[in-house]
Design a protein around this ligand. Structure first.
Ligand code: FPP
Length: 232
């Protein structure tokens, strides 16, 4: 077994921002931005496989996104189904294991069913773990964990390790690198506990135009960071 390379992030998390702006700039409906954004998803998945990233978490739909117009929400849910259906064979061929985090009971039945189907079909794969954050909110996740731990042992002090294991992300290492597109300097309620020591890479590029080369730039930037985790 080879040792992990500290220059390559084991876990990359991505805030895929700017689909709406990309569409607006072209006079297209916002949904077209999301559609184009799904192509970027595939490029980034391939980039991760190529560079040896083990976990990729994509912020595909936040809890706050339910407040968007009904038409946009249903288009995003359909897009997700379409993506998983059309890439089914590819995920098997590329040895990708699909997982999800979030409040999955919020999802429409059809979306939930497709997600479950893809998770089951790829469960035995041993390559890249692709984690979709769906109806995800970090504060909700933290509160769910707190309440779960209180219910289990109301008075026992909790360790960091126990707390991490009560989160949706219990099975995964913390992200090493966060990529955010479209220039915004925010975490937007994404993996707040888990990203305590993540390196943050923000690019002005909008998500639909984020290229393979842009992904490799983020990886090169990460490789040059000196990670000290609060030490010297
Ligand atoms: C943010 O852009 C993006 C989203 C809320 C949805 C992300 C979804 C995709 C990239 C497509 C489908 C995903 C998968 C996994 C197949 P925005 O709409 O907030 O952009 P804006 O800030 O420019 O308005």
């Amino acid at each position: 077994m080879s040792l992990p390379n500290p220059r390559i992030p084991r876990h990359v998390a991505v805030i895929m921002d700017g689909n709406g702006r990309w569409a607006k700039e072209r006079g297209l409906p916002r949904v077209e931005g999301h559609r184009k954004g799904a192509e970027t998803v595939q490029r980034v998945i391939d980039g991760c496989i190529e560079t040896g990233v083990e976990f990729l978490t994509l912020y595909a739909f936040s809890i706050e996104n339910w407040k968007r117009p009904q038409l946009e929400v249903s288009a995003l849910m359909r897009l997700l189904i379409e993506f998983l259906r059309s890439r089914h064979q590819e995920m098997l061929d590329k040895n990708i294991r699909l997982r999800v985090i979030g409040r999955l009971s919020d999802l429409p039945l059809k979306t939930f069913a497709q997600v479950e189907k893809s998770i089951n079909a790829t469960a035995q794969n041993t390559g890249l773990t692709l984690i979709l954050a769906l109806s995800y909110g970090s504060r909700t996740e933290i509160l769910e964990a707190v309440n779960k731990l209180i219910a289990q042992a109301p008075k026992a002090p909790v360790t960091e390790e126990q707390f991490s294991r009560a989160l949706y992300t219990a099975d995964y290492p913390d992200p090493d690198l966060l990529i955010r597109t479209s220039g915004e300097m925010r975490l937007s309620n994404f993996l707040l506990w888990q990203m305590s020591y993540a390196e943050i890479y923000v690019t002005k590029k909008l998500w639909p135009e984020f290229s393979r080369e842009d992904f490799l730039d983020a990886m090169r930037d990460f490789a040059q960071r000196e990670r000290r985790y609060g030490g010297i």
